[in-house]
Design a protein around this ligand. Structure first.
Ligand code: ADE
Ligand code: ZN
Length: 340
């Protein structure tokens, strides 16, 4: 059971969760063009090949520019349903049993789309896939950190009637120039309203950015966090406090953080005892869904069966499922590995 193919097969079949996935980042070129036509939205690309060709990014901002351009075709509740349902079918094929996807309401409400249309479409797909495919879920609403904090506060207000279906708030978009301190008040408010909190940090920002995100925003997990590896004291803190990092290897390479997956610190993170998880971030743009990320890490970093067992366990430990449910999922992971 040591060859790469067998390990990738194991990764595909093992019970696992995906905790870092932007629903808007699952918009495949074919669906983008179909929705553009259905909604009469003009796009500057005429074929899926042309779109894929444009997905060559120098950094986070060059990706975000095209990602927001793509979101312009999403207009109705049914569009958000279609997008989410397609991702969930793909997730189930990858052996994902639990998902905690992000959505970016401000990318849509800014264009005049109703907050309720976005959430209603997403929720109906999540409920359907829980019933039909057995994929459980928690939903995370992200604030765009390059917009003013006052916009985030307004968006938090929009989310209050949906507290039963939106579990957590997060922070994404351009990290550089938009430090955690900009959102301390919004995150305090969100917590006082009963939301869990997460934040992107250490994707382009340095280890200090990760540390301040923990100190200022008091988040329960960090999305990416790869730059933390340059700071041994921070690594010790992450290990001691079991702060999960939702790591996205293909994304980090596509956006120029590392020259190749061979240079990615995922294996060192696991070997140091960090509660790291593997995730796909924006799979339609980065050339791979969850198992593709596992495959890349197995091939390039030599992950072992023990690493995979730990990653599957970490994905449930780091989730927002209730404690008893986490215990049950961990037992399921252990039983799977015991009979393999
Ligand atoms: N929004 C969508 N994908 C993102 C990423 N990788 N980093 C920050 N914001 C994002
Ligand atoms: Zn992300």
């Amino acid at each position: 059971m040591h060859d790469v193919t067998a390990l990738v097969d194991l990764a595909a079949r093992m019970p696992k969760a995906e905790l870092h996935l932007h629903l808007e980042g699952t918009l495949e070129p074919e669906m983008l063009l179909q929705l553009a036509e259905r909604n009469g939205v003009a796009v500057r690309f005429s074929s899926a090949e042309e779109l894929r060709h444009a997905y060559d990014f120098a950094d986070l901002q060059s990706f975000l520019d095209i990602y927001y351009e793509g979101t312009s075709v999403l207009r109705t509740s049914d569009d958000f349903y279609t997008l989410t349902a397609a991702y969930l079918r793909r997730a189930a094929e990858d052996g994902i049993r639990h998902v905690e996807p992000f959505f970016d309401p401000q990318a849509h409400t800014q264009r005049g789309v109703g907050f309720e249309d976005v959430v209603d479409g997403i929720i109906s797909a999540l409920r359907e896939s829980e019933r039909d495919l057995g994929v459980s879920w928690r939903l995370i609403m992200c604030f765009l950190r390059d917009l003013p904090a006052t916009d985030a506060i307004q968006t938090l207000g929009d989310a209050l009637p949906y507290r039963d279906v939106i579990t957590a708030v997060g922070l994404d978009s351009a990290e550089l120039g938009n430090p955690p301190e900009k959102f301390d008040g919004v995150f305090d408010l969100a917590r006082s309203e009963g939301f869990q909190t997460v934040s992107h940090a250490g994707e382009e920002g340095d280890a200090e950015h990760v540390r301040r995100t923990l100190d200022v925003l008091h988040v329960s997990r960090i999305d990416h966090g790869v730059s933390a590896m340059t700071d041994p004291e921070l690594v010790a803190r992450l290990v001691r406090d079991r702060v999960p990092l939702t790591v996205c290897p293909l994304s980090n390479v596509k956006l120029g953080g590392f020259a190749s997956v061979r240079d990615h610190p995922l294996r060192e993170m696991l070997d140091a005892g960090i509660v790291a998880t593997v995730n796909s971030d924006d799979p339609a743009y980065f050339g791979g869904y969850l198992v593709d990320n596992y495959r890349a890490a197995i091939e390039s970093l030599g992950l072992t069966r023990e690493h995979l067992h730990t990653l599957a366990r970490n994905s449930f430990e780091a989730s927002f499922l209730p404690a008893g449910e986490i215990e049950a999922r961990l037992a399921e992971v252990d039983a799977f590995f015991a009979q393999e």
